[in-house]
Design a protein around this ligand. Structure first.
Ligand code: 13P
Length: 211
């Protein structure tokens, strides 16, 4: 992909993340794999409404900045660990949406409760153990919990999503926040009915069969 198109795609995902209320202020971050050596990533602590395509810094696979004026996200090591472990990942999105955070603080995974969650994410949403933000180890904890899935709750922190493109990462982050709302409310009503193992198995076949 041309770098120009990649910058546009990443910015659209950032704007969608903000418009959907998945982050507030300067929280959250998004990155896109440009090639084997380079990753485009949001700058640290920079207001999203001022962010243009040329403001996005580029880092190498060690996390060192190779292009751009603004310093890269403090979470770059976590993103890079995920890119290294998951070759299909083109985009990594990290959000702090409210119901996702409720689950991450309460220590609750989101079980397989709605069909589209299994088909798009690859099952329920697991919970990674707590690790200090911005570290390679946080990425490793996320990878360990992820398995083959495309979303993972970060304990006492937020959500991390893998997308095969920027649109998919945004859609999954939106989906998981909605499902977290459904799960929390159903739990408060006192009854969470999970999909049966047979349904989950069939839907996982659909997940794995996606082009
Ligand atoms: P950055 O502004 O450094 O990307 O950090 C924001 C954040 O959400 C950390 O979890």
């Amino acid at each position: 992909m041309e770098d120009y198109q990649a910058r546009q795609d990443l910015l659209e995902a950032v704007q969608g993340m903000v418009a959907s209320g998945l982050v507030t202020g300067t929280s959250g971050n998004v990155s896109l794999r440009l090639d084997d050596q380079r990753v485009l990533i949001t700058p640290t602590g920079y207001p999203y409404d001022k962010l243009g395509p040329d403001d996005l810094p580029v880092i190498d696979m060690e996390g060192d900045q190779v292009e751009g004026e603004l310093p890269p996200s403090s979470e770059r090591r976590t993103h890079l660990a995920v890119f290294q472990a998951r070759p299909e990942a083109q985009v990594v999105m990290h959000t702090h949406s409210v119901y996702v955070s409720v689950c991450a603080v309460a220590g609750l995974e989101i079980p397989p409760i709605i069909d589209e969650l299994v088909i798009r994410v690859g099952g329920g949403v697991p919970l990674a153990e707590y690790v200090f933000p911005g570290t390679w180890e946080l990425g490793e904890a996320a990878i360990a919990a992820l398995g083959e899935r495309r979303a993972v709750l970060l304990r006492n922190h937020g959500l991390l999503v893998i997308g095969r493109d920027a649109r998919e990462a945004l859609e999954i982050a939106q989906l998981v926040e909605r499902l977290a709302q459904v799960f929390v409310h159903a739990r408060l009503l006192g009854n969470v009915t999970e999909l049966t193992p047979d349904v989950v198995r069939r839907e996982l076949d659909m997940f794995r069969g996606q082009a």
